[in-house]
Each structure stands twice: as structure tokens, then as C-alpha cells.
Design a protein around this ligand. Structure first.
Ligand code: NAD
Length: 337
């Protein structure tokens, strides 16, 4: 038995991280039939688009994908591939765990947050236009359907994973209608879980301050798209930075696993960037495929190699390359399965 998985290496540091991650996944002994799909800068030149339809077709066919980061050219006519993929495949839930790891030096020891970000609407709906020469307008879309769907995902995640509390994050004091609807929708869903999972809400600016002061008070956070994007980078910073922050984009029919970070072009091709975030994203994929022992083995291997501190990349204070770190994790996985 083997899994057909779409592999999008991506731009910048993406291909190196993808290579290291493939090695770790193959070390689990599970069979993978890689459907490698190029997207991003290279296909703008060769196919006139950073997101060819064949990439979306491949993910639809396989149901799962691992994706390296893709550069979004600023101010060019191209939409973000990442946003395009999430919308085309209706990947409505973006799940970003942020957990403290032994061996990663940070100000905090006990961070264990799950950020659940709504992935299809808000200011990312792409409805934006210039008003004459000197003004521009972006429209923020919030619907009851998408807000209840993401809230339900957050509560179900909490139930499935033994978590205790969901915090809805918003700015309903100012955006009374749009964020007000998001908050109202979360509260409606929360009522169905009363007595099982706690519920509270925080205004997003206060949430940011609280997270840097006492992150240990929070558990699962549910947020509209833009706040989710920003707060998940903040949460990544609490546990050691973008190099260690994994993510999953989940829909009814497909799921794409990708790190929180971008393509870090300044480190491209240097065997320098940390593949941990993509490797941990791949572990989330193993969990999604119900390959729980393999997922545990990969996460444990990452944790133990980092905790030992002999083979870590520059961002964690070490001098190992992307390849060397990947090989160290793969050999640990091989020894444990
Ligand atoms: P970035 O995440 O690429 O890099 C910011 C900094 O974080 C880097 O300079 C580096 O210091 C550090 N960093 C990031 N990943 C790292 C890793 N794996 N190991 C070690 N250090 C790491 O953010 P950016 O510079 O703002 O964006 C670069 C490009 O990536 C942009 O075109 C942006 O649109 C795109 N992007 C793509 C995605 C995605 O594909 N999902 C996400 C975010 C940004």
C-alpha cells in the first residue's frame, strides 16, 4: 500500500526543504508515490501562471499535498498561489500549532497553542480596487456560514485532541457588523459544546499583548483570516521562529500541508534554512492519513535531534545544513519504526 501525494517543492528555500522532508517521510517505511508539481516563479515564465490548473487537479486527485513556500511577487498582476490554492480547493481551515520545544531557546517554556484560522474570506477575498488615483478599497467579507464552519472545526479539533478551551479573536468593538457576525457565529457554535469545551473571546490587539505576556493561559484560538495570519506568526515567534512552525490547510475533499514561513529568497540554494517546519507539516499529514505511529515517530525524532543540539540549523544556534539536519531526523526515524 502506498499513498499518492502531490509534492510542490515551491520557490526559494522550498526545494531544499522538500528534499529533506521527503527523506524523513520515506524513513518511516510507508510507501509514497510522489506526484511532483512545479508551481510559482518557474511556471510564470514557462506556463504564464504561477498556479497551473494541473497542480489543482493533482491535489484533487490525490486528496493530500505537501507544499513548500511560494514567492508572491509584490504588486505584480499575479495573485498569491497560496491564497489561490486555498480558495480553489475550499481549504477552509488553516491549522497552525505552536508548541515549545526543548533545545529551542525562547522566552517561554510552556507554550502549547493551536491557531485555527479561517482561510477563505475576510480581506483575503481579493475584492480590491482603486478609487481614482489616490485611494484604494479592499472589501472584508465575513459570512455566518464560513464563521460557523471554522468555529465548529476549532471545537471539534478541541474535542478530538483533548483540549479544553476555544478563544475567539476579533475586533468587534470597531467592526461591529463583520467581526460582530464572526463573534456571534462562534458563540452560537460554542453553545453546542457547553460543559465540554470552554469558550471566551478576546479583542485582537489585547490578544497579542496577552500572548506575549502569558501565552500559557491560551489553548485553541479561532480567528478570521487576516488576524489568523498575523497572530500565527506571533505564535511562531513565541516557540522559536518561523523555521519551526508547521501548518495544515484542511478542506472537505483535500488537505495541503505547508509551513507558516515563506520562501526566504536570501537563503535559497545555500543548504542553510531549517526544514523543521516542513517536516512537522508532513507529520501533520501523517496524522491526517491516520498514520499516527509514523507521525509520532517523526515528531519525536525532530524533538530529540533539536534537544540534543548537535545537528541544528543556524536559526537554532547551530551550524548544520538543511540536508544534514534532515538526514539526522531521518536516521532517528529509521531507528524507531
Ligand atoms: P519568509 O518567511 O520567507 O522569511 C522571513 C525570514 O524568516 C527569513 O528571512 C529568515 O530569516 C526566516 N526564515 C523563514 N523561514 C525559515 C526557515 N525555514 N529556516 C530559517 N529561517 C527562516 O517571509 P518573507 O521574506 O516575508 O517572504 C518571502 C516570500 O515568501 C514572499 O514572496 C512571500 O509572499 C512568500 N510567502 C509565502 C508563503 C507560503 O508559500 N505559504 C508564506 C509566507 C510568505
Amino acid at each position: 500500500m502506498s499513498y499518492a501525494v502531490t509534492l510542490i517543492p515551491g520557490d526559494g528555500i522550498g526545494p531544499e526543504l522538500a528534499e529533506a522532508t521527503k527523506g524523513v517521510l520515506e524513513a518511516t517505511g510507508i510507501g509514497f508515490d510522489w506526484d511532483v508539481q512545479q508551481a510559482g516563479e518557474a511556471t510564470i515564465a514557462s506556463e504564464g501562471t504561477p498556479l497551473p490548473e494541473r497542480v489543482i487537479d493533482s491535489i484533487r486527485r490525490n486528496g493530500v499535498a505537501i507544499k513548500g513556500p511560494i514567492t508572491t511577487p509584490v504588486g505584480s498582476g499575479f495573485r498569491s498561489v497560496n491564497v489561490g490554492l486555498r480558495q480553489a480547493l475550499e481549504l477552509y481551515a488553516n491549522v497552525r500549532p505552536a508548541r515549545s520545544m526543548q533545545g529551542v531557546e525562547t522566552r517561554y517554556r510552556n507554550v502549547d497553542l493551536i491557531i485555527v484560522r479561517e482561510n477563505t474570506e475576510d480581506l483575503y477575498a481579493g475584492i480590491e480596487h482603486r478609487v481614482g488615483n489616490d485611494a484604494a478599497e479592499s472589501i472584508k467579507i465575513i459570512t455566518r456560514f464560513a464563521s460557523q464552519r471554522i468555529a465548529r472545526y476549532a471545537f471539534e479539533y478541541a474535542v478530538r485532541n483533548g483540549r479544553h478551551k476555544v478563544t475567539a479573536v476579533h475586533k468587534a468593538n470597531i467592526m461591529k457588523l463583520s467581526d460582530g457576525l464572526f463573534l456571534e457565529s462562534c458563540a452560537q457554535v460554542a453553545a453546542e459544546y457547553e460543559g465540554r469545551i470552554g469558550f471566551e473571546d478576546r479583542i485582537v490587539d489585547n490578544m497579542c499583548m496577552q500572548l506575549v505576556q502569558k501565552p500559557e493561559l491560551y489553548d485553541v484560538l479561532v480567528l478570521p483570516n487576516l488576524y489568523g495570519d498575523i497572530v500565527s506568526d506571533l505564535a511562531a515567534g513565541l516557540v522559536g521562529g518561523l523555521g519551526v512552525a508547521p501548518g495544515a490547510n484542511i478542506g472537505e475533499k483535500a488537505a495541503v500541508f505547508e509551513p507558516v514561513h515563506g520562501s526566504a529568497p536570501k537563503y535559497a540554494g545555500q543548504n542553510k534554512a531549517n526544514p523543521t517546519a516542513l517536516i512537522l507539516s508532513a507529520a501533520l499529514m501523517l496524522r491526517h492519513l491516520d498514520e499516527t505511529p509514523a507521525a509520532d515517530a517523526v515528531e519525536e525524532a525532530v524533538r530529540s535531534v533539536i534537544a540534543e543540539g548537535r545537528t541544528t540549523t543556524y536559526d537554532l544556534g547551530g551550524s548544520a545544513g538543511t540536508r544534514e539536519f534532515g538526514e539526522a531526523v531521518a536516521s532517528r526515524v529509521r531507528g524507531s519504526v
